[in-house]
Write a protein that binds this ligand. Structure first.
Ligand code: SF4
Length: 110
């Protein structure tokens, strides 16, 4: 799996993504059933509210080799403060529409 990871820009000041990398490294949580190596080909943010830049950024990471776009849990679950992104579903839908069925989307990390 070649991962392009997208995180919430608003959350950068309170989380450096440590748990995201840990669960990928240890194949836990959203990655528990992954067979083979997990390679992170890039990490970016949504670009800030309302998250529209996540679409072009996801496409950019696919162009650079990602076969799976992962939305970090700060977006869909609101970790670490329990404040999920109000645009998470729209962001996910727009990414899916732009990238088509060939690219997988995982909507959380842990
Ligand atoms: S759009 Fe959502 S994910 Fe992006 S900065 Fe705003 S709250 Fe965070």
């Amino acid at each position: 799996m070649k991962v392009g990871l997208i995180r919430c820009l608003q959350t950068e000041d309170m989380c450096p993504g440590t748990a995201d990398f840990k669960v990928m490294r240890e194949k836990k949580c959203a990655f528990k059933d992954v067979e083979g190596e997990i390679e992170v080909i890039g990490v970016t943010t949504c670009g800030g509210c309302p998250g529209k830049k996540a679409v072009t950024r996801a496409a950019m990471m696919v162009e650079r080799g990602a076969d799976t776009i992962v939305l970090a849990s700060c977006i869909t679950k609101g970790t670490p403060i329990g404040f999920a992104c109000p645009h998470a579903q729209a962001m996910k839908d727009a990414i899916k529409k732009r990238l088509g069925e060939d690219v997988s989307i995982i909507d959380h990390t842990h």
